[in-house]
Each structure stands twice: as structure tokens, then as C-alpha cells.
Ligand binder design. Structure first.
Ligand SMILES: NC(=O)c1ccc[n+]([C@@H]2O[C@H](COP(=O)([O-])OP(=O)(O)OC[C@H]3O[C@@H](n4cnc5c(N)ncnc54)[C@H](O)[C@@H]3O)[C@@H](O)[C@H]2O)c1
Ligand SMILES: N[C@@H](CCC=O)C(=O)O
Length: 550
């Protein structure tokens, strides 16, 4: 008898903890290491990024550039765009590798991703942070939150959640039988399409399905190509079999369309804008209708947000102001969870406004690698134009720009933190996702709280994050109940961004996504197809029933 694998023990994974954040305080050794890594990276760019298929570097004739948003005359990397033949090969070879990967004992699969986390936390930390800072315009703190802490957490807690999922077994066994559930991978490949704004999300979109035995075609965002390429390298160095995650940068029309045509397409793991997700869902639906795919593909997508802070008159104003500044302007508002709609009662608005403007005026905007800049550039020219366009539209609709409102794209894509006050609670910047450093404030009458809840609930299609600021417990409870479906992540007296893996599973509903909660056990259940096994220990002597006896 031959078996492909043995697992001679019931292993327990190591205790997992959140990756400790480094402070990068003046004079700290980590600050020096990061400065050195940035200097080195700047001296070596532009990097050449191939497609990586079966661990081999593939260079094609068509290339794209990833400009640096702080200085768009320079680019961080040139990447090779996959052509149709490269995508087809990536899919075919990934699918061929699937059986061996799925059959690998769980503890070995887990060890690969735990090792990847340690490589990110240690050996490659500064390099990955530097790539995220220069390529995606994050300052050191924001890069640390993302590319070091959140990515390590996704990988380590992911292993823990899979262990918990695998432990879900039938509670009952009839006499002389043993029931088990096996969590098989999906038949076929998962297509992971990642956004520009979090290096961690790129790594996680690829790693989550792979952890439970799937093979993955990973199409990174063009604006995050270099950091995502480094993460893929780390996965390979950690021992991931080379065809399990194929790194396939390129034009979405080529990579994604080729993948969606394929009979082996088994799942979409997407994070990005709502419009693109809806378009992909429609195409997949058409494929299902035509019987194009072997199975019904799983669709997991986390998309846009239009997130709110509801401030009650009992709120601690100072806290609510500080949280609003961070929630709105960290990483230039380019978080799906960023604060975008602010509701403040008339009774405290004068004080609130004064403090909000005074604090916002302290924000420094400039290149993200300069230590004292709280805000860096927005990601690129289309984003810059879109954000400036929204500010112009808000003014046309009668919005009053209380601060900011200006941008400069001559060297990098810099936009000043902008606060708009509107008298129309359904004006365009209260409804649509802007994805930039712009918030709109609406001052409500203190005696119209119910009406304000209704506005928060119905002004936009999104339902990702929100926050309630109140010292009065009954007001807090009332708001929480009224806004139950307005956000998948709600915060009390804390800003609406900054979910931490292992602490606040993340995701929203309505137009904000399928809410499968990144950083939780439940998302892994979307990438498995369970098989129930019943084993009988005692044979049957007689087919007839006791009730057949006469
Ligand atoms: N809910 C969440 O967890 C979450 C997290 C991060 C970002 N986001 C959302 O992502 C968006 C910002 O990221 P972005 O600008 O990278 O989003 P995007 O939708 O422009 O791009 C996301 C990915 O889709 C790809 N893509 C673009 N056009 C495509 C097409 N026609 N077919 C197939 N793929 C295509 C892109 O190349 C990229 O890889 C915002 O809407 C933000 O709210 C959501
Ligand atoms: N983890 C992030 C969400 C990512 C969105 O872009 C947060 O909660 O701020």
C-alpha cells in the first residue's frame, strides 16, 4: 500500500499573537534601518518585475510602469504584462499542481505560511515597507500597520482560523460508526484580484485560498506591483510549491478575461471598487448560465465604502475631533474604511468645528518618506483628478469648503486635507465614494436624531464602516440599533478605520461587499467544499427492518 503523505501526530499550531508595531521614533534602530532601506531602494530603481509562473520569471514584450506617487517623474518598477498564452499556462500548471498541494498535510501547509510571516516580520520587513512607502505613498507608520503588522497577522491568524475550521466536526456518531467532515479545496483555481491600497490585502487575497489547499492566479494592482512581487517572493522562499500561487501582473482585460473564460475557474477573491466587482459578478453569472464552469464559482468581494461618524451631543468633543482627523486623513483617505460623512449636532458644532479646523491645520502634506508628513500623495493621476473633481462638484452644489480644497500634481499627487460643510445631506460628496482626503460634514438639529439615523442609513448604497460618539449610554444603544445594517464594522467612541486581524473581523454589506470578513474563520469556509465521511465498523447481516417482522 502506498500513501502520498503521513501525519503521525495531532499537531497544535504555535500560539499566535498580533505582530508588535515598531515606533520608528527618532534615534530608534528601526528608523535607521528603514532610512537605509529607502536610500538603497531609491538608488536601485526602477526594478524589473516579471510574471512569476511555476517559480520561473517570464518576461513579455508588453510592459507597464509603476510610478512613484510622491515623484511621478520616477517609477519604482517596470512590470511585464502577462499575455494570453502566459495566463493560460499559469492556469494549466496551477491546476496540475493542485492535487499534490491539497494532499500536503495541513501542518506542512501551515508551516509555510507561518514561516512567510516570520520572513516579513524580520528579514524583509524594511524592504517591503520601503516598497509600500515609495510605490503606494504610505508614510512609515501607515506602511508598518499594513505591510508588516496586518500582513503577518493575516498569515498567522489565518493558520489559527483554518485549524479552528478543520476542528468543526459532527457532534454525533451513531453506535459503531465514525462521522467526519473533510474540508476539501475547490476544484479548479481561485482568481485573486487585489487593490493598490494595502500590501497586506494583496498577500492575503492570494494566501487565504492557498492555505486551505487551493491554487491561485494572483493579479496584483498595477499601482502596487513591486510590493506585491516581493510578497510573492517571500511565499516562495518560505517553501510554497512554485505553481500554487502564480504571480500574474498585466492588463485586467487580458488576465481576468482569460481566467473567467476557463472551465476550471472556481472562485473569485476580489478587493477593489464596487463597479468593477459588479461587472465581474455579471460576467461570472453569464458563465454560470452558459454552463461554462465545472462548479458554481464562489464569489468573495470586499468593495467600496462611504463611512460615517455620528456624533451625539453627549460626545467627548476632543476625542471625536481627533478620531475624525485620523479616520479621514490617514493615508490620504485611501482606505475603504476612511471617514467620509460626518454628522454633528448643531448644539456642539461651533466648538467641534473650531477644534476640527485647528487640528486639521496642523497636518503636514508631502513625500511619504519624510518623517514629519502625516499625509503623503494620492496614488495617481486618475485618482487626483477624480478627487479634485468631487471637490469642484461639491462647490457647484453649494457646499462650503471649510479648509483645503486645493491640490498640486506638478511633482507628486498632493491634495490638502479638505473639509466641506453641506446643507444638503444627500449632496454628491455625501453619497459617492471619493477615496481621497475629503470629508463632508452635515450639521443636524439636536431634536432630529431619528431623521439623522434615517439619513445615514439611506444616503448611500454602501455599508462598510461607521462610528458612534456618545457618552450617554442610551444614546449609544439607540444609535447602534438604528444603524445596525449601515456598517459591517461599527466603532463606539473610536474612529471608523483601523480594524486589526484577530480583533475586529473586517467587511461590510450592501454595496460594500459579500461581508465574508477578512481576518476571520468564516472567510475560509468560502474556499472549501466539505466532504462528509461516514465509516461503519460493523457489517449488516440482514437488509430487512425490525418493523418488517410479523
Ligand atoms: N472593503 C474592503 O475591504 C476594501 C479594502 C481595500 C480597498 N477597497 C476598495 O478598493 C477600491 C480602491 O482600490 P483600487 O483603486 O485598486 O480598486 P479598483 O477597483 O480600481 O482595482 C482593484 C483591482 O481590480 C483590477 N481591475 C481594474 N479594472 C478591472 C477590470 N475591468 N476587470 C478586472 N479587474 C479590474 C485592478 O487592476 C486591481 O487589481 C476602493 O473602492 C476601496 O473602497 C475595499
Ligand atoms: N484594515 C483596514 C481596511 C482596509 C481598507 O482599505 C481598516 O480597517 O482600516
Amino acid at each position: 500500500m502506498s500513501t502520498t503523505s503521513a501525519q503521525l501526530g495531532s499537531f497544535k499550531i504555535p500560539q499566535v499573537e498580533n505582530e508588535p508595531m515598531r515606533s520608528y521614533a527618532p534615534g530608534s534602530p528601526e528608523r535607521k534601518r528603514l532610512e537605509d532601506a529607502i536610500t538603497k531602494m531609491k538608488s536601485e530603481l526602477p526594478f524589473d518585475v516579471p510574471c512569476v509562473i511555476n517559480g520561473q520569471e517570464i518576461r513579455t514584450n508588453a510592459t507597464g510602469k509603476q510610478p512613484m506617487p510622491s515623484c511621478h517623474a520616477d517609477h519604482l518598477c517596470t512590470y511585464h504584462k502577462a499575455d494570453e498564452a502566459t495566463v493560460k499556462r499559469a492556469i494549466r500548471d496551477a491546476c496540475a499542481a493542485q492535487k499534490e498541494w491539497e494532499d500536503m498535510p495541513w501542518n506542512d501547509r501551515a508551516a509555510i505560511f507561518l514561516k512567510a510571516a516570520d520572513l516579513i516580520s524580520g528579514k524583509y520587513r524594511e524592504q517591503i515597507l520601503a516598497a509600500t512607502m515609495l510605490g503606494q505613498g504610505k508614510n512609515a507608520w501607515q506602511a508598518e500597520i499594513d505591510a508588516a503588522a496586518e500582513l503577518c497577522d493575516f498569515l498567522r491568524f489565518g493558520v489559527k482560523y483554518v485549524e479552528d475550521l478543520y476542528a468543526q466536526q459532527p457532534p454525533k456518531n451513531a453506535p459503531n460508526t465514525w462521522n467526519r467532515v473533510e474540508y476539501r479545496a475547490l476544484e479548479g483555481f481561485t482568481l485573486a484580484i487585489s487593490p493598490f491600497n494595502f500590501t497586506a490585502i494583496g498577500g492575503n487575497l492570494a494566501a487565504t485560498p492557498a492555505l486551505v489547499g487551493n491554487v491561485v492566479i494572483w493579479k496584483p494592482s498595477p499601482a502596487a506591483t513591486y510590493s506585491n512581487y516581493l510578497i510573492h517572493k517571500v511565499f516562495l522562499e518560505a517553501g510554497l510549491p512554485p505553481s500554487v500561487i502564480q504571480f500574474v501582473p498585466g492588463d485586467p482585460e487580458v488576465v481576468v478575461q482569460e481566467a473567467l473564460k476557463d472551465r476550471e475557474f472556481a472562485a473569485l477573491h476580489f478587493t477593489g471598487s464596487t463597479a468593477i466587482f459588479r461587472m465581474l459578478w455579471k460576467q461570472i453569472g453569464e458563465g454560470v448560465g452558459e454552463g461554462r464552469y465545472r462548479s458554481y464559482p464562489r464569489i468573495v468581494g470586499e468593495t467600496g465604502g462611504k463611512n460615517f461618524h455620528f456624533v451625539h451631543r453627549s460626545a467627548d468633543i476632543k476625542n471625536a475631533v481627533q478620531q475624525a482627523v485620523r479616520g479621514a486623513f490617514e493615508y490620504q483617505g485611501q482606505k475603504c474604511s476612511a471617514l467620509s460623512r460626518l454628522y454633528v449636532p448643531a448644539s456642539i458644532w461651533p466648538q467641534f468645528k473650531e477644534q476640527l479646523l485647528a487640528e486639521t491645520a496642523k497636518i503636514k502634506v508631502g513625500p511619504s518618506e519624510k518623517w514629519d508628513n502625516f499625509m503623503g500623495p494620492v496614488i495617481g493621476k486618475p485618482g487626483f483628478d477624480k478627487i479634485m473633481g468631487y471637490i469642484a462638484k461639491a462647490k457647484e452644489e453649494g457646499g462650503e469648503v471649510l479648509c483645503g480644497g486645493s491640490g498640486d500634481d506638478s511633482k507628486g499627487y498632493f491634495i490638502q486635507p479638505t473639509i466641506i460643510q453641506t446643507k444638503d445631506p444627500k449632496s454628491v460628496t455625501m453619497r459617492e465614494e471619493i477615496f481621497g482626503p475629503v470629508i463632508t460634514a452635515y450639521v443636524y438639529n439636536d431634536d432630529e436624531i431619528e431623521k439623522t439615523f434615517e439619513l445615514i442609513n439611506t444616503t448611500t448604497d454602501y455599508a462598510l464602516t461607521g462610528a458612534i460618539f456618545a457618552q450617554d449610554r442610551s444614546a449609544l444603544i439607540k444609535a447602534s440599533n438604528a444603524l445596525r445594517h449601515a456598517a459591517g464594522n461599527v466603532y463606539y467612541n473610536e474612529k471608523c478605520t483601523g480594524a486589526v486581524v484577530g480583533q475586529q473581523p473586517f467587511g461590510g454589506s450592501r454595496a460594500s461587499g459579500t461581508n465574508d470578513k477578512a481576518g476571520s474563520m468564516s472567510i475560509f469556509s468560502r474556499f472549501v467544499s466539505a466532504r462528509s465521511i461516514k465509516e461503519s465498523f460493523v457489517g449488516l447481516d440482514n437488509f430487512s427492518y425490525p418493523s418488517n417482522l410479523v
